[in-house]
Design a protein around this ligand. Sequence first.
Ligand code: ACO
Ligand code: OAA
Length: 452
Amino acid sequence: MSDTSMDFIESLCGEYRRNNHIDPEYYERWGVKRGLRNADGTGVLAGVTQIGNVLGYYVQDGERYPMDGQLIYQGIDVRELIDGFMTEGRFGFEETAYLLLLGRLPTREQLDQFRQMISDHQALPPMFTEDVILRVPSPDVMNKLSRSILSLYSYDPNPDDLSLSNQLRQSVELIARVPVIVAHAFAAKRHYYNDESLYLHRPQPGLGLAENFLYSVRHDNRYTQQEARLLDLCLVLHAEHGGGNNSAFSCRVLSSSGTDIYSAISASVGALKGPRHGGANKKVMEMFGYLKEGVNDWKDDDEIAAFLARILRREAGDGSGLIYGMGHAIYTLSDPRAVLLKRFARELAETKGMMDQFQLLESVERLTPQVLRSVRGEKKVVCANVDLYSGLVYQMMGIPMELYTPLFAAARVAGWCAHRIEEVTSPANRIIRPAYKAVAPLRPFVPLAQRV
Ligand SMILES: CC(=O)SCCNC(=O)CCNC(=O)[C@H](O)C(C)(C)COP(=O)(O)OP(=O)(O)OC[C@H]1O[C@@H](n2cnc3c(N)ncnc32)[C@H](O)[C@@H]1OP(=O)(O)O
Ligand SMILES: O=C([O-])CC(=O)C(=O)O
């Protein structure tokens, strides 16, 4: 845009601010449930689901009490699910996707068939990479992913059919293809924005989703079984989080209008990209970079706490005032995913000689609640969320930062598809349409010649 146009835009900002201020007092006056939260911080009840359940507190005599977090997929505690497939020496992501979509653990035969079906559908449609990914590359893999999912509509012979079988077919294709789109979008980003060589690997038949992902993003296709199993666990941990999280709810909002699956899932990707949602995993590592530079003695709690206080005062970090990876809408004492990821991070750090980094991040977890209390007067119990340790785990596995949030999407697409199908097939389905209190006073139209 030209300088003149930008000057005009700057002047329009003043115009906008003069005409569009909404008094924060209105929210109280009209009883607005900001962020769709009730006065006690619980979420406004917006639906019924059997796909996922997130427990972070209990209510007794109308009071909310903190508790250790629990994450349930279709009635099964995610920790039990993980223990189950690990004890039996299997990869777990495909099994988890089956559970989320179909509502029951698969039999051996069903699992074999489901895995085969995912493997058979990983290849992208002919010329898709050339026409959709390489022709208009993006510096941001999440942005490219969202646009690519929307483009899949054009390659689907039956995109608008809302029948169950068609949507299951579309869901399986999406779960299979998202990791491949991510790998190719990342290759394009490296090539066009970082001046690196372009390599595009085709998914290999017979490999599971986690293995294929590592195979595709590494230029030499090499990975260890230990890495693939750890990535598979991370995918399972990120696959679902109830109907109310921002990206699943976006999916449900769009789906309630009767729109196609590609529109709904691409919107979810857009929501997940946000730094207050899944985008926080990348932001944590950026913040960690500032912290490592800004703190001289990584063992000095006072120095670390002072730096965290500067982040909250917007004097350090990205200026948002947020300590990424900390806090959650539901969890209070602990996020079960963060507990597991922390364990993986510690184990990897020990083997890679990176305990100093692990301990610095652990100090962020330990010190943030007291810093939030002293700087903001925040009384809510705050714990580490899933995004605090995932980036460090990925970094120690040699996975580049640009892929952290896309990996989250590659896992969560299973949960989104399950919510999409539940929303569309539910007999109680109704278009989601909350209210906004309009506060602009009515005024007459002024003819152009009379305006000042
Ligand atoms: C996959 C996921 O989406 S997990 C979440 C990933 N996001 C992050 O890590 C970003 C940092 N954390 C946050 O922004 C928040 O804790 C969220 C978005 C996760 C939850 O938000 P909410 O449910 O609104 O949090 P909550 O009700 O506990 O917030 C209370 C207050 O504490 C503040 N707060 C909560 N966590 C943080 C934090 N990590 N850093 C700074 N302030 C925080 C909130 O901004 C809010 O302040 P306000 O009352 O002045 O608006
Ligand atoms: O539940 C939420 O609000 C956010 C979250 O942790 C997730 O979606 O994984």
